[in-house]
Design a protein around this ligand. Structure first.
Ligand code: HEM
Ligand code: HEM
Length: 197
């Protein structure tokens, strides 16, 4: 009888150093990570402050940076799709973890775009005009409608909670790779690391 083949994830590592992400993927990853954390802070502050000129300023910044996240997020997605395949995951990862990593990255992309879109819907259905960074008018993507606006607020909040929860898992996984599993996954997303030619 022929011996059973060793599963791929249990084979010894073929190459000593997995390739890092390209510079564009890293640039978009960290720029958007920063902007998204700013967005959570501004969003929660803007909602909880009592009505004042400062509260209205917070909303102008929150909505303007949110539109920027949407534009940069679309550019990021285009860059990622045009880039070569993702670097290989370490061989010690079982198949379910590889699937979870790929699925969670796809979900992060989806939420990163759906959140600002739902914010844009709140703005449009409120019927109030808005200028991005007080300069450029944001066109409405839906007609003014109070019930739709309230629904969009619930969707925006729910998507925000879902993204925050997924980010806790995402950041936890990155730290686990670095500090517990001692593999390359965290290091290869850091800016200084160059791709082996
Ligand atoms: C402190 C915060 C963060 C840390 C420490 C972190 C860490 C990492 C690491 C180490 C990777 C590489 C995984 C691999 O090589 O397989 C990665 C990939 C990724 N991260 Fe993060 N991340 C953070 C924030 C975010 C945020 C805010 C988002 C966006 C919603 C995000 C979305 C992604 C995506 C989509 C990938 C896959 C690579 C790509 O297609 O761009 N991350 N992250
Ligand atoms: C990545 C982008 C975004 C993130 C992470 C985000 C996150 C948040 C968060 C956490 C809140 C507080 C939710 C609550 O406590 O009810 C909020 C509220 C809000 N956001 Fe965003 N947001 C984003 C983009 C946008 C955009 C692009 C707009 C509009 C153009 C927008 C408009 C609003 C409005 C109007 C509220 C107040 C909703 C309410 O009163 O319930 N957001 N956002």
């Amino acid at each position: 009888m022929r011996p059973k083949p060793t599963p791929v994830h249990a084979r010894p590592q073929a190459s000593p150093a997995p390739a890092a992400w390209n510079g564009g993927v890293k640039f978009f990853h960290w720029l958007l990570a920063l902007l998204i954390f700013v967005q959570f802070t501004l969003g929660w502050l803007a909602v909880s402050w009592r009505l004042s000129p400062a509260k209205l300023d917070l909303f102008v910044w929150h909505k303007s940076i949110g539109v920027l996240v949407l534009a940069l997020g679309l550019l990021r997605l285009a860059w990622r799709l045009a880039s070569p395949a993702a670097p290989t995951l370490p061989p010690h990862m079982p198949p379910w973890e590889r699937t979870a990593a790929r699925a969670s990255h796809a979900l992060l992309y989806g939420l990163m775009l759906a959140l600002p879109l739902s914010g844009w819907l709140i703005q449009s259905t409120s019927g109030m005009p808005f200028r991005i960074f007080r300069q450029w008018p944001l066109p409405a993507i839906a007609a003014a409608d109070k019930a739709a606006s309230e629904l969009a607020e619930v969707v925006h909040l729910s998507l925000g909670i879902a993204l925050a929860a997924l980010l806790v898992v995402h950041i936890g996984a990155a730290l686990r790779h670095h500090f517990i599993q001692h593999d390359e996954v965290m290091m290869r997303m850091l800016p200084a690391r160059r791709r082996p030619s």
